[in-house]
Design a protein around this ligand. Structure first.
Ligand code: SF4
Length: 602
């Protein structure tokens, strides 16, 4: 068997625009500029796990390694070392390649992911040969199977990918994985000229998992981790594939173990793909959150097919049915001038998304946009660390780069000063979903999906006090109070445990605010913990994870935090039912209270 090592780039990573972490999407983009309510989270490199799970050879995957550990592994003389990376880390990866060439000359180097597309497009042939043996652009499982002489069309399996999560760091600094992950397909046929994904898969989509297999894995996640909050179904625009979505929805509806009461998924969509559905059918599929690339109000008339339709109306239709929306706006298109760019930002804010992403048009090497700008002599030679969502690297038609940077910050700030913290936007959408489901003629929505919204709203309620106290202005404070009144109208006065929790959160918010004044969080962009995943292929994973995880670098701060969190949760776990004992007894006796409400109270 060949010896295989996979790795991400070695840490530390460069920071991004505005000194944010490269790997923390919540603070980097989705909740940026929300004062102490900016969230923080972690993601895993699922593409590499997918490859490791679907080749016969055992392998080791270093996720966010240190240089020392990577060097130690390189000296073991693997047959293949595969490095997955974003182009932002190009300089780190080139150094890793040089180290491999020096310490283990017979090892074959494979580069993959977006960074590989950039590497392939940017460097001359002799430089590429000097640093790598293979460049994997596109679907990685078949690529590796072919490389290793395995059957390319053997079935693909996915099992218990590492889970991700986010939270307010002053409430939980290291949130445990709460969201599962499964891949439906790769690539996208929409062919936006700035998009590296569509380019990597030659403007096509490859289905990796049909709905029955998705459902099987989703169920396994909920069975293994009953506290699972949802599942990310990875596909660039999964809602495009109506038959798959409807079939998964049917399986979820028929499921008697979890059904719509528990199972819900996040999937990327587009204005175009969503237009294929009647709005009311979407919650019945288990669809509960999405990312929509709005890009620009003017995108439909500027040749972006996925935006055919009215983005604001689409997003409002989803929000009113309890489906949360993240969305992306891009600044710096050639059609943007100093007037219509403000119109674009205001349109985007009017969409009222729960999370937001404002980025700059950036020519990622290898994309059609990059090729066009190269021909037009409009590419800047910028460092690789600035090749990101927020980067530039191009001469904008009507702007200096710094103008777009300040417009980005202004857009984020306006969003926060108009709609408040993401946690409050989420609560509002949960209330929408509850009201809408309760008013529905459909029994599953009334009894199951409504219960899911209620449970999430109850969980978010204790955040209200702190959000109201530290609201950025009166406009937002009033909106938060209105949300609170609505909550009470729907669910009655909060339980004693919720009140106590809300004071606890407020006290923690004061602490965070003081900390922010003395030593802002932005001074310490997050680096990820280093993990080693061992895929031994010895039958492991038939009933659990197909890998073992090691933490080679001991972090005493993290160990202390875990122990302290355990004590805190244990104490709260005992205190809360005690505080609510009257309500629990009432719920047990009252046949009028639905089983879902009882479930939550208990
Ligand atoms: S719709 Fe999204 S994933 Fe598809 S090509 Fe456009 S930007 Fe890329």
């Amino acid at each position: 068997m060949p010896k295989i090592l996979f790795s991400t780039p070695c840490q530390p990573y460069p920071t991004q625009f505005n000194n944010v972490s490269l790997t923390d999407a919540s603070s980097q983009r989705f909740t940026q500029q929300q004062d102490i309510f900016t969230m923080s989270g972690h993601m895993h490199c699922h593409g590499t796990h997918l490859i490791a799970q679907n080749i016969s050879a055992p392998s080791i995957f270093l996720e966010y390694p240190t240089w020392d550990y990577f060097e130690k592994e390189v000296r073991k003389e693997y047959d293949f070392i595969g490095i997955t990376f974003f182009q932002t880390c190009m300089d780190i990866v080139l150094d890793m390649c040089r180290m491999i060439r020096r310490l283990s000359p017979h090892t074959k180097i494979v580069l993959g992911h977006y960074g590989a597309l950039a590497f392939n497009a940017f460097f001359p042939e002799d430089f590429k040969r000097e640093h790598a043996d293979y460049v994997c652009i596109g679907e990685g499982v078949s690529f590796f199977r072919q490389l290793l002489g395995e059957a390319i069309d053997a079935p693909i399996e996915q099992r218990q990918f590492p889970r991700c999560s986010d939270n307010l760091p002053w409430l939980d600094k290291h949130p445990r994985g709460a969201v599962g992950f499964v891949v439906a397909g790769l690539g996208c046929p929409s062919a936006c000229d700035f998009c590296a994904t569509t380019e990597m898969h030659a403007n096509e989509r490859i289905q990796l998992y049909p709905p029955d297999k998705l459902f099987e894995e989703i169920k396994r996640v909920y069975q293994t981790f009953p506290e699972t909050m949802g599942i990310i179904i990875y596909d660039e625009d999964w809602l495009k594939y109506t038959e798959e979505v409807r079939e998964l929805g049917r399986l979820i509806q028929e499921d008697t173990e979890f059904g719509l009461r528990k199972i819900n998924f996040v999937a990327a969509s587009s204005v175009e793909s969503l237009s294929q559905y009647a709005w009311d059918e979407l919650p019945l599929t288990g669809f509960k959150a999405t990312f929509i690339g709005v890009e620009s109000k003017f995108a439909p008339t500027e040749g972006y097919q996925k935006r055919a339709g009215e983005a604001k109306d689409t997003i409002h239709q989803l929000l009113s049915r309890g489906i949360t929306c993240s969305g992306g706006l891009m600044l710096g298109f050639d059609f943007h001038d100093r007037v219509n760019i403000l119109e674009d930002i205001n349109y985007y804010i009017a969409c009222e998304m729960t999370n937001h992403q404002i980025s700059r048009v950036s020519p990622f090497p290898g994309t059609p946009l990059w090729h066009r700008l190269k021909e037009e002599d409009r590419l800047y030679d910028i460092p690789w660390v600035d090749q990101s969502f927020y980067g530039g690297g191009m001469k904008y038609r009507n702007f200096e780069p710094h103008e777009l940077e300040s417009l980005t910050l202004e857009g984020y700030r306006k969003f926060y000063e108009t709609w408040g913290p993401t946690v409050m936007r989420l609560l509002k959408v949960e209330l929408n979903g509850y009201e809408w489901c309760r008013a529905s003629n459909n029994k599953l929505l009334r009894q199951e999906r409504a219960g899911l919204h209620q449970e999430t709203a109850q969980m978010l309620f204790p955040m209200i006090r702190a959000c109201e106290h530290f609201a950025p202005n009166g406009l937002v404070r009033r909106r938060i109070r209105q949300t609170q009144e609505r909550y009470i109208k729907l669910f009655g006065k909060p339980r004693r445990s919720q009140e106590v929790m809300s004071y606890f959160v407020l006290a923690e918010a004061f602490r965070a605010k003081i900390q922010e004044a003395i030593d802002p969080r932005n001074r310490h962009p997050k680096q990820e913990p280093f993990k080693v995943y061992i895929y031994e292929k010895n039958g492991q994973g038939k009933n659990g994870a197909p890998y073992k995880v090691l933490y080679p670098v001991r972090d005493r701060g993290y160990e202390f935090y875990q122990a302290w969190r355990g004590i805190k949760e244990g104490a709260l776990g005992k205190l809360m039912p005690f505080l609510d004992k009257d309500r629990i007894a009432e719920a047990e006796e009252s046949p009028a209270i639905s089983s879902s409400v009882k479930f939550k109270l208990l």
